[in-house]
Design a protein around this ligand. Sequence first.
Ligand code: G4P
Length: 527
Amino acid sequence: MKLKDEVNKRRTFAIISHPDAGKTTITEQLLLFSGAIRQAGTVKGKKSGKFAKSDWMEIEQKRGISVTSSVMQVDYDGHQINIVDTPGHEDFSEDTYRTLMAVDAAVMVIDSSKGIEPQTKKLFQVCAMRGIPIFTFMNKLDRDGREPMDLIGELEDVLGIDAYAMNWPIGMGKNLIGLYDIYNQRIERNLNDETANEERMVAIDDNGEAIGDFDFKASTIYSQALEDVELMQEAGNPFDEEAIMNGQLTPVFFGSALTGFGVETFLDAFVDYAPSPSPVETIEDEKVDPLQEELTGFVFKIQANMDPKHRDRIAFVRICSGAFEEGMEVKLTRTDKKIRLNNTTQFMADARENVKEAVAGDIIGLYDTGNFQIGDTIYTGKNAVQFKPLPQFTPELFMKVSPKNVMKQKSFHKGMEQLVQEGAIQLYRTWHTEDYILGAVGQLQFEVFQARLLNEYNSEVTMEPMGRKMARWIKPEDLDPKMSSSRNLLCKDRFGHPVFLFENQFALNWFTGKYPDVELESLLETE
Ligand code: G4P
């Protein structure tokens, strides 16, 4: 098949959600519908005892690589879908954010009884910064949740994104009659799995009423849903494909990942609307066309091996253009070194395979012996390409760190420098005393840092938690060292830029009240 056809088939996305909203369950449904697995419960392997992903977890554990590295590739309805996992819970780290740099779209799964939760909001903000399309799935409709109107309103109020309901629940929980499918202009009845599609789907007439003789038409739940739909269509946002593509409008789908109800309808619309790989910008502000022949790609994540017996790592590369073939030679822009890509993996639903071919939009894992850093660009062709650096994310957790053995300062510094450069963790120094402070977005980053420093650099460290802080950057010209107090510790980042670590929101408010003309910044881009 031609490169163009292959690339256009790709849909590379991440699922953003708060733990327990249903990310795993919806992923599993996707695998079911695509035929990659045959039985629900296989991804988690909790219920059925037949595993897909859990087998794979064991392989990963043997290799000492955590399952956080998962990227799944499946065929769905003629499309090649790449789901890039965004680790949550205790695995939440900067990698979770960086993963979002490697996708073309996001699916936001929300628990409809809870609404928007903190982790969803954080991940949403990163997607919004990139302006990628975000598709919302309001999950757990089989349970009583919040009013749909309320949930839609919350998207707009809390996240600041316009919403367009693609379908509307007719009831919920035990009284879930079905979905009023605005997008496909039909009603999807909540019947059991075995029911044929023809029976499940009911056409609607010009007045928006279900055509045919159905008991549910007498129900107030049904008439309420019709009223809501009418109201949404009159007063809500219009459907605007361009706004969806720019991430300004999110299409919202209701459903239940657990029962599968509404999932297929969602997925069908998703693969239709989600973009194929888009051009990627270089530091010269040029755009690399995904359909160009020459291969380009960037490293967005390095998964270190926590097992001291195996020193290898996996560098995750998002292919931005062209086609990859096993054994091909590429150049690494940062070092100008040639590297032969022999040992590469691609990630399927239930296994890792040696990848022979991949194209723009795909993600491949390269076994790395220390050549790669996060943000590295690889390319073939005559002209060197360097993509824009990946952004750095405002850390929230901080730790004072020092070498246990003062005689081993050298290995401590070397290890620290390399791990920071690699993007495993962020480093700060106190402004006056130059103490080392590590910053992370998740606890796991500290643990990985400590283990790697010991295993790879033979340096044992003492870590002293400083807890949660709010890091805010200040322009050097606005800085007066007297501004620093015990509640806003003045530090410098690794580029020497001044940054305050505020104890809490109260301390931050106090500061902005006292210095109203001083502009503070959070999410910062690397230079
Ligand atoms: P996550 O990956 O986002 O963390 O969530 P996950 O899919 O693991 O789902 C979290 C819990 O919510 C699971 O229950 C799951 O079964 C349940 N769940 C997911 N989607 C739905 C839904 O549409 N409706 C209902 N009612 N529940 C849903 P659990 O009890 O933690 O695990 P399990 O033992 O049932 O697997």
